[in-house]
Design a protein. Structure first.
Length: 667
């Protein structure tokens, strides 16, 4: 939780704490992927220059059958290097068109047997230089010629040093991009006078506000000099994964967009906050999707790291100063949003909004999710200045809830918890009806649906908001996949046994990689389930994961699976305490005759199964299911088969087998 002003914390305790989110998230391991699926272990420093190409080596497992490499940046092309594919590595040529926004994207490898989880890849406009060995001492810095982005990794208890020549009057920005691309490195930048070897006073950067622990500093050199740039981890950690991209040049240091949001399907001119922004012109973006990226740049210059712009479903305004008292309040519709900043010391921002008797309203100020360092207290007051509600400073999100006792005009008052001010102390405030709502989190980003098989995606989080208390329907959004799950009213907290969304391939759907999302609906509320925790794990625990990466999942269906399984019962009904017999059948690919060991999976509580391997050359085997003290009613389970051939492990999960458990017949 961010540090809050002690004075405000103490004051907040004198007020009734407003209702907050009912959160429930479980640390559920992702479902086991088939062993034939490929993986990537390449460090996160991958990159390509816009307008150029890069020859990359990707490392991992099961890569010998690679068929393509996918990158989420529009127009970026990845081509496999001929005859380079091996089980643990492949070569790929990446070409990025000129004008590709500077920033972070996702790279995945597709093989004949699966798709990898993503690895981060950066697009930059600066020429890329790779660190050379021997630069871990100040006496032997690696020389850098001209603006560039240098890539490297930090060893334990070590620093890397680079020599840069600065001309008289030259302005340079030094930016370490590490945490933002998923590196565990917490970077520090220190400038030294190459002639004396001494540190240059004040030219030090660590945990620059808005950069998620990354570092950036800008300096104009009054006279020509040689500068040694030191980069290291703040606590001297290091290793192969402690990767960085050190950007050096005269580029803008954008921290956030401003305004911070654009209305859906409309266009808006976006400016930026942060240092070194003189000469930067607004960028026009259109509200498509849930978030768009904008990169600050000067005409003819190099772009800065891209920042997010929210796409909003309601009208969006920009604060107009002065509005530091009720008489000068900006008018804000409900629902509506406004981008604002604490421009001066002690700045108070007033926004007038209409309230209807009995209609509960929610006021939310967002900062950290959008890279802003601001910490906001939101209050609601009436026309006489009497306080009616306020946000709770102990919570990570500034949220206030308010129900008018009568129709009228009310005021949202925003102030900085730590009294900070300046061009970068920005926030986005929304006011909307506090309707019952929810959020759903999933625990996997890729699944296997080969050969009619099914995949189970665990539901790891259900957050209820504003008194929500209804069943939630999950459904797969795809032309090629199908899958539904009902989260019952009592699914908060989630049960000890994880709820799973079963996904399968539609009949006639083409094999290959299938992107999809999961829609969650209840009554009049519709949400998209997120995989933020999965992305956060991939990015080494990054606090605020890129929002554009949190909803897309991938399924894979192999064109020619080694085998497929099915379970059938002649009469799928068993009395509690009884045993049900059936068969597991295997459809084998031509030429595959090996034994297939079987395991029953996703069994209901108090249900057990006995099943032997399908013998070499055979196509079926008997299965016995015992219903012990199982609950009566319909039940399902699957059978997982495994085998090893050609030195590689394979697995397949059958579609769910259905049965009904009944009460024993009375004698």
């Amino acid at each position: 939780m961010p540090v809050r002003s002690l004075a405000f914390l103490v004051a907040a305790l004198a007020f009734t704490i407003l209702p907050t989110r009912g959160q429930d998230k479980k640390a559920v391991p992702p479902p086991p992927l088939p062993p034939q699926f490929p993986t990537l272990t390449t460090p996160v420093g991958l990159g390509v220059t816009a307008g150029g190409k890069a020859e990359l080596t990707l490392t991992g497992t099961n890569l010998a059958d690679a068929t393509e490499v996918r990158i989420t940046a529009d127009g970026v092309k990845a081509t496999l290097v001929k005859d380079s594919a091996k089980a643990d590595r492949i070569g790929v040529t990446v070409e990025a068109p000129k004008g590709t926004p500077v920033g972070l994207y996702q790279l995945r490898v597709v093989t004949k047997n699966g798709v990898t989880s993503f690895r981060p890849i950066s697009v930059d406009e600066l020429p890329e230089v790779e660190k050379k060995a021997g630069n871990n001492k100040k006496a032997t810095p690696m020389p850098l010629a001209g603006p560039c982005v240098v890539t490297g990794n930090i060893a334990v208890e070590s620093s890397d040093f680079y020599l840069v020549k600065a001309a008289a009057g030259q302005r340079l920005t030094f930016e370490a991009v590490a945490r933002r691309i998923g590196s565990p490195l917490d970077p520090v930048i220190i400038l030294h006078d190459a002639k004396s070897g001494r540190e240059m006073p004040t030219l030090y950067a660590d945990d620059t506000p808005g950069l998620q622990a990354d570092a950036r500093l800008t300096h104009t050199f009054p006279s020509a000099m040689d500068v040694i740039v030191e980069i290291r981890d703040t606590t001297y950690r290091g290793g192969g994964d402690y990767v960085y991209r050190l950007r050096i040049g005269d580029f803008p240091g954008g921290t956030t967009a401003f305004p911070l949001a654009v209305e859906k399907d409309k266009s808006a001119a976006i400016n930026f906050t942060g240092p070194n922004l003189d000469g930067v012109k607004p960028v026009t973006v259109k509200g498509t999707g849930t978030v768009v990226l904008a990169s600050p740049r000067r005409e003819g210059g190099v772009g800065g790291w891209a920042v997010p712009v929210l796409v909003s479903p309601h009208p969006e305004l920009t604060e107009q100063e002065p509005n530091n008292e009720a008489a000068k309040a900006n008018k804000l519709p409900v629902p509506g949003g406004v981008s604002a900043r604490f421009a001066a010391k002690g700045d108070l921002d007033y926004f007038a909004f209409p309230g209807k008797k009995g209609q509960k309203l929610e006021l939310t100020a967002r900062t950290y999710e959008l890279n802003s360092p601001a910490e906001v207290l939101v209050r609601v007051v009436d026309a006489k200045g009497a306080e009616l509600a306020r946000s709770n400073p102990t919570q990570p999100v500034a949220r206030a809830e308010f129900t008018p006792g009568a129709d009228g005009e009310f005021y949202a008052v925003a102030e900085h918890l730590n009294y900070a001010y300046g061009p970068s102390e920005v926030y986005h405030l929304t006011i909307r009806p506090a309707v019952p709502s929810f959020e759903v989190a999933l625990g996997a980003d890729r699944v296997d649906v080969t050969g009619g098989g099914v995949a189970a995606i665990p539901v790891v989080g259900l957050t209820k908001l504003n008194g929500f208390n209804a069943a939630v329907e999950l459904s797969v959004v795809s032309d090629s996949l199908v899958g539904t799950l009902t989260l019952p009213v009592g699914a908060n907290p989630l049960p000890a046994t994880p709820l799973t969304l079963t996904v399968s391939l539609k009949p006639g759907a083409k094999p290959g990689v299938i992107p999809f999302t999961v829609k969650a609906t209840a009554k009049d509320v519709e949400r998209t389930a997120d995989i933020a925790e999965v992305v956060r794990t991939t990015l080494s625990g990054l606090p605020n994961v890129p929002p554009e990466m949190t909803t897309q999942l991938f399924a894979f269906a192999a064109e020619k699976p080694l085998f497929a399984l099915a379970v059938a019962f002649e009469k799928p009904e068993v009395a509690k305490g009884g045993t049900l017999k059936g068969k597991v059948t295997a459809k084998r690919a031509d030429g595959f005759a090996d034994e297939i060991p079987l395991t029953a999976v996703n069994l209901p509580a108090n249900v057990t199964a006995k099943v032997k391997p399908i013998a070499k050359g055979a196509s079926e085997v008997e299965i016995e299911v015992t219903a012990a003290a199982a609950a009566t009613g319909p039940a399902t389970f699957s059978v997982r088969g495994t085998t090893k051939t050609g030195g590689r492990d394979y697995a397949f999960v059958s579609p769910p087998a259905s049965m009904t458990v009944t009460e024993p017949k009375k004698k």
